[in-house]
Design a protein around this ligand. Structure first.
Ligand SMILES: [Zn+2]
Length: 130
């Protein structure tokens, strides 16, 4: 690994990520056990070591980590298909994907109404008052 790349890694964030997963692989639930060769790692899902946002870091065993080498799971997720991707992706990946979506310019931000049924509810309530 190039030293310049290594400097980008946020060791504390990676440690917090593994802690939050209770030292189990988020994907296959294998516990961290370096003695038996099962070392838990913190993976940068978008392959950018400078992106240490919680949603981008996943506690993965080496085997699962390898699965994402050279493969960005966020690639191809767009404004048009993210709802579909959310319903089809692996369960452990959902919070990561939601974080990714919220960080996109087209993503829903806190406080914004994204519920399709909201407008209808408001109209109905108005009708009740009249
Ligand atoms: Zn795993």
């Amino acid at each position: 690994m190039r030293p310049s790349l290594k400097a980008l890694y946020d060791r504390e964030a990676m440690q917090r990520c593994k802690q939050a997963a209770h030292y189990h692989c988020e994907r296959c639930d294998t516990p961290n056990d370096p003695g038996t060769g099962h070392t838990l790692t913190a993976a940068h899902l978008d392959a950018n070591p400078g992106n240490n946002e919680r949603w981008n870091l996943a506690a993965l065993c080496q085997r699962c980590h390898l699965h994402f080498e050279g493969y960005n799971p966020f690639a191809g997720v767009t404004e048009d298909n993210y709802n579909y991707v959310l319903t089809r992706c692996e369960r452990w990946f959902i919070p990561h994907l939601k974080g990714y979506i919220q960080n996109q310019t087209w993503g829903h931000h806190p406080g914004e109404s994204g519920e399709p049924g909201d407008k209808e509810k408001v109209t109905k309530r108005k009708g009740e008052i009249e």
